[in-house]
Design a binder for this molecule. Structure first.
Ligand code: SF4
Ligand code: SF4
Ligand code: SF4
Length: 242
């Protein structure tokens, strides 16, 4: 009998929210387990020794020397390496540090700072080749399930290049941008079901930019509504898009 693909999850510096969201699949997660062998899952059981894997999902940012070493070692032993969540894909909330004086910030947190790594926040792909990025803060569990199925079928998933506005308008939400509020939806990769807009909250861009965002058109809309460009730039800092 053909052996099951070996899958592992690793968590670099993160809040573990993307792992939690994968577990939130509940019964569907248990269904996946019939077809795979889970070698490592930090929230359930963590094995320190890195082995050979077919597919690895890595959550979080490489923020310390240890994180970077672990990431490179995992890459060497993995067929498909997936960046799981926005921290891993492009930096997310921790990347705010890059926009400030990080040496000043660290003094507000730690008394003794000399031995603490204080690297710039960078995505996984700046350190190792990444086969697929599944963005979101946290990831969308249904999209994770779809991606796992694609990978198990031997395909690299491809997320449709549709903006958040596409799903937002299917839901017939009132457009916040047209009301003069900053909403990044037209620039951002959809797939989250426009979940924030359902609660009348603007899209802050947690899934990252589309491949070709129409930024010039977007800025024209901001100008039409006399929205301050500085406020727009600050909103790009939230999830590391600036
Ligand atoms: S992407 Fe968001 S939910 Fe996932 S680990 Fe990073 S901060 Fe947590
Ligand atoms: S509210 Fe935001 S996401 Fe929805 S259509 Fe308007 S700009 Fe797009
Ligand atoms: S609406 Fe925007 S901020 Fe909210 S989950 Fe979707 S991409 Fe992320």
């Amino acid at each position: 009998m053909k052996s099951k693909p070996k899958i592992a999850f690793f968590s670099l510096t993160s809040c573990s929210g993307c792992q939690v969201e994968a577990l939130n699949l509940g019964e569907e997660f248990l269904n996946i387990l019939k077809y795979i062998k889970v070698e490592n899952f930090p929230l359930i059981k963590e094995r320190k020794k890195i082995k050979k894997y077919d597919i690895v999902f890595i959550e979080g940012s490489p923020i310390t020397k240890e994180n970077i070493k672990e990431l490179k070692e995992i890459r060497k032993k993995t067929k498909f390496l997936i960046a799981l969540g926005t921290c891993a894909c492009f930096g997310c909330v921790p990347k705010m540090k890059n926009y400030k004086d990080k040496d000043e910030i660290i003094k507000n947190v730690y008394q003794f700072t000399k031995k603490i790594d204080n690297f710039e926040i960078k995505p996984l792909k700046d350190y190792v080749p990444v086969d697929f990025e599944l963005p979101g803060c946290p990831i969308d569990k249904s999209e994770f399930y779809w991606a796992v199925c694609q990978l198990l079928a031997g395909k690299i998933p491809k997320i449709s290049q549709r903006p958040v506005c596409y799903e937002c308008q299917l839901e017939e939400n009132e457009c916040l941008l047209q009301k003069g509020k900053i909403c990044l939806g037209p620039l951002i990769l959809g797939g989250c079901g426009a979940v924030c807009l359902k609660s009348n909250l603007q899209c802050d861009g947690c899934r990252g930019f589309l491949e070709n965002p129409k930024t010039e058109n977007y800025i024209k809309i901001l100008e039409k509504h006399e929205i301050n460009k500085k406020d727009f730039e600050e909103s790009l800092e939230i999830f590391g898009l600036k």
